[in-house]
Write a protein that binds this ligand. Structure first.
Ligand SMILES: C[S@@+](CC[C@H](N)C(=O)[O-])C[C@H]1O[C@@H](n2cnc3c(N)ncnc32)[C@H](O)[C@@H]1O
Length: 442
């Protein structure tokens, strides 16, 4: 590996070194500043190049961070301190060595050049030496680090405890699902034709796809750019996980009803509700105007309309005092059901955050209760798998609201890995269907 970084010495980094260095900067921002991966990518600025590759390297490095960072630590001498970008650089390089198909010498050269791009030219030799040692002592290093279950499966300890408590014998499948790249699932707009007809269109376009969990769900064998999806621009199909497609079905809005989507952005469920029942008086509310703009974009693509409201659900001033027949509360949550889509969650969430989410969920649920017409239906949803944000929130709400009850059994979906088959693959979700009595709350 004497040639390592030779291209960079000549002033042209090896192909891939720029994307790797950008992923390192973004990983550093997630770790040190606690920002999300999306925010970290935005921080790279408008002159960032090769963003798709950067995003892929960052996602993988975050997914396996809790295994890779201890491996990096095991490579260092006791007390050895690295300049700030070098630890994340080694994490990213180890990710490429462990989980990409690139030949090891190529990855080492790219990492050495990435060090130069990161203005750490003096550390080029150190990076080269540490990565060569990693390759030479791979089995022993992995065996040592993986004595810790948290490192072996790259999950924080508190989350492993929660997953085991919630999932029991399915815990290993949940952990496996969390550690895979996310499946791409679609929701077929049945107003444009059947799912089977859409599967034929995919086949004709050379896109391998299968039937998913619900009659509207299609799961792709490989993710594709939405521009390649037949009819996407015309609203024939939308990108949405199978588990998320239960929300509109459970809400079961009927023509002419007044409906509130209480935490609507970016609008996946709003659009599904209107696809199923176009003749609705639907208010889509969200506290974030920027995210609400994405609801409008989705509605425009599908050629449907809703009344968009940028407001805090808990505030008084946005409501005209006319009650809603149905309310969907897709509450902000820990997102522990969608870790494979947002692997930064494994690093950003703390066990101590959960009580704060539960308090917000309680507050928003109580607010929705004031807005529902007698005999109405309120669907409480989260993409969390944690009991504290799901059954416990609903249990506390029902205990404090006599006259309210469950209209049907709760639905709890655990993340299912691709190996479960297209017909079973889903993210983790929780749904409780609540009613304040009367006959309208089927
Ligand atoms: C889980 S996301 C909703 C996803 C959306 N239902 C969908 O399917 O596309 C939760 C949303 O709640 C919004 N939110 C959080 N607190 C809120 C509040 N107090 N009032 C209104 N919206 C809120 C967030 O801005 C975020 O867009």
């Amino acid at each position: 590996m004497k040639a390592a970084g030779a291209a960079a010495k000549r002033g042209t980094p090896a192909p891939g070194a720029l994307a790797m260095s950008q992923a390192v900067r973004a990983l550093h921002a997630v770790r040190e500043d606690g920002v999300t991966a999306e925010e970290a990518l935005l921080r790279l600025g408008s002159d960032a190049a090769d963003l798709a590759a950067t995003r892929a390297i960052l996602s993988g490095s975050l997914r396996w961070y809790l295994r890779l960072a201890p491996l990096v630590d095991a490579l260092l001498r006791p007390g050895q301190v690295l300049a700030p970008p070098l630890h994340p650089l080694l994490v990213v390089a180890l990710h490429q060595l462990e989980y990409s198909r690139a030949p090891a010498p190529v990855t080492v050269n790219i990492a050495v050049d990435a060090a130069r791009v990161l203005r750490q030219a003096a550390a080029a030799g150190l990076i080269n030496a540490l990565l060569r040692r990693f390759l030479a002592e791979h089995a022993a290093l992995c065996a040592r680090v993986e004595r810790s279950e948290a490192a072996a499966v790259a999950h924080p300890r508190w989350l492993l405890r929660e997953i085991r408590a919630v999932a029991g014998p399915a815990a290993d499948a949940v952990i496996a699902a969390n550690n895979e790249s996310p499946p791409m699932s679609l929701r077929v707009n049945l107003a444009h034709g059947t799912r089977e007809a859409y599967l034929d269109r995919c086949a004709a376009a050379g896109i391998a796809a299968r039937s998913g969990l619900l009659p509207t769900t299609v799961v792709l064998d490989e993710a594709v750019d939405v521009g390649r999806l037949p009819g996407f621009a015309l609203g024939v199909v939308s990108v949405q996980d199978a588990g998320a497609q239960h929300a509109a079905v459970l809400l079961d809005a009927q023509p002419g009803e007044r409906v509130l989507d209480a935490c609507a952005a970016p609008g996946g469920k709003t659009c599904h509700i209107l696809e199923r029942t176009p003749d609705l008086d639907l208010a889509a509310l969200d506290v974030s105007p920027a995210r609400l703009a994405r609801v409008q974009q989705n509605l425009d693509r599908l050629g449907i309309a809703a009344n968009l409201i940028a407001a805090d659900l808990a505030a008084e001033d946005w409501w005209d005092a006319r009650p809603f027949n149905r309310i969907l509360l897709d509450a902000p949550c820990s997102a522990t059901g969608v870790i494979r889509r947002h692997p930064d969650i494994k690093l950003l969430r703390r066990a101590t955050d959960i009580a704060g989410f539960a308090a917000t969920q309680q507050r928003l649920l109580r607010r929705c209760a004031q807005l529902l017409a007698p005999g109405g239906r309120l669907v409480y949803a989260t993409c969390s798998i944690l009991e504290a944000e799901n059954e416990a929130v609903v249990g506390d709400f029902l205990a404090a609201h006599p006259g309210w009850s469950r209209a049907q059994e709760d639905m709890r979906l655990l993340p299912a890995p691709r190996a479960a088959g297209a017909g079973a693959v889903t993210d983790g979700f929780y749904y409780a269907c609540l009613t304040n009595g009367g006959s309208g709350a089927r």
